[in-house]
Design a protein around this ligand. Structure first.
Ligand code: PLP
Length: 369
């Protein structure tokens, strides 16, 4: 049986949430009884569990992944007059955190095959103002951490991981989250580990950053009503924390199912018109997204849609060409690989509950294109 009669979407959150509904509702009941809605024990429980999962010493839960990136910049002391290296092909929030701090993002092109930040192109963008590099584990695939870190170390730059799409991904057999000064995660519902609500987190092995982040997310305060610096209200909610602790227990299984689906796409899609993401040496993706490129995107899209497949696009405009960054004066041609990716990318259906019949249907339809 295949599913030509129903649409196969890029992402479907319903099945997963039915699967864990009873358990999560029971946890919500506990949060409710304890009125532990903002921060508190259910957030702390998740933070501990996530440290354990990422093999890092500290985790600070916040209200979303964008805040995580923002606070990471502030904890490093980055602000006006500073520059931070950011890949051009990422979700815009990677750059938002830099801009919120007052610093300027400096966009670097991706490698044409891995679609990850091209370490060889970083050095030419470094100036005396450069303070940090944010590497993004894009689509769940770790970037070449060793190559990027080597450049950062040589120029005494901080390294931040944007691991918003990569909870549980591994680089050289080590889970992402502890390779730089800090790693920023998103727990937006559509991410591999998503809260029932908004959520984010920062992991670090450095106690100084940990303490500072705890204060920054809580109005710049460690003692109630005493404020040491300009702070923010960016705490994680208790309901979100409770839902994440439960979902974290299933994450390895869900990620493995995604790896299995990816394996099928990788081995059974045999169409020279379709290109897939190459993996950097040592990278073990959790396939948050399964993005492919093809020359005639519109024709391919039509072919998929007319066969009941509804893909996504991640992302149609690279950061350096977004209107919001027009003042930085980038132009078409500055990051050609990112621009190519933006114009030709299509995200195939990818989520843990996707059944084999649907996976095979997608493969067959693509092979017929
Ligand atoms: C989702 C995402 C973010 C932002 O996270 P939110 O929780 O949506 O604020 C940042 N960077 C990347 C790469 C993302 O995919």
């Amino acid at each position: 049986m295949n599913s030509t009669s129903t649409t196969i979407n890029c992402l479907d959150l319903k099945k997963q949430h039915q699967q864990v509904k009873a358990e999560i509702f029971a946890a919500f009941e506990k949060v409710y009884e304890n009125t532990a809605f903002s921060g508190g024990p259910f957030v702390e429980e998740f933070e501990k569990a996530f440290c354990n999962y990422t093999q890092t010493k500290y985790c600070v839960g916040v209200n979303n992944g964008t805040s995580a990136l923002h606070l990471a910049m502030l904890a490093l002391g980055i602000g006006h007059g500073d520059e931070v290296i950011v890949p051009a092909n990422t979700f815009i929030a990677t750059a938002w955190g830099v801009s919120y701090s007052g610093a300027a993002p400096v966009f670097v092109d991706c490698d044409k095959d891995t679609w990850e930040i091209d370490a060889k192109k970083i050095e030419e963008k470094i100036t005396p103002k450069t303070k940090a590099i944010i590497g993004v584990h894009l689509y769940g695939m770790p970037f070449d951490v060793e190559a990027v870190k080597a450049i950062g170390d040589k120029h005494k730059l901080f390294l931040i991981e944007d691991a918003a799409q990569a909870q549980g991904a591994r680089y050289k057999n080590k889970t992402v989250g502890g390779f730089g000064e800090m790693a920023c995660f998103s727990f937006y519902p559509g991410k591999n580990l998503g809260a029932c609500g908004e959520g984010g987190g920062i992991t670090t092995n450095n106690e100084k950053y940990y303490k500072h982040l705890q204060s920054l997310r809580n109005h710049g305060s460690t003692v109630r009503y005493y404020h040491d610096e300009l702070g923010f209200n960016m705490r994680m909610g208790g309901l979100e924390g409770a839902s994440l602790t439960i979902k974290l227990k299933y994450l390895e299984g869900w990620n493995n199912r995604r790896r299995e689906i990816a394996k099928q796409y990788l081995s059974k899609i045999k169409n020279p018109k379709i290109k897939m993401q190459q993996q950097p040496v040592g990278a073990d993706s959790i396939y948050h997204l399964f993005v492919v490129t093809t020359e005639d995107k519109d024709a391919f899209l039509k072919h998929l849609q007319s066969n009941g497949i509804n893909p996504g696009f991640h992302y149609p405009v690279p950061c350096h060409l977004q209107k919001a960054y027009a003042h930085l004066n980038y132009k078409v041609g500055d990051c050609p690989n990112s621009e190519y990716l933006a114009a030709h990318c299509i995200s195939l259906p990818m989520y843990a509950e996707l059944g084999d019949e649907d996976v095979n249907h997608v493969i067959n339809i693509i092979n017929k294109y």
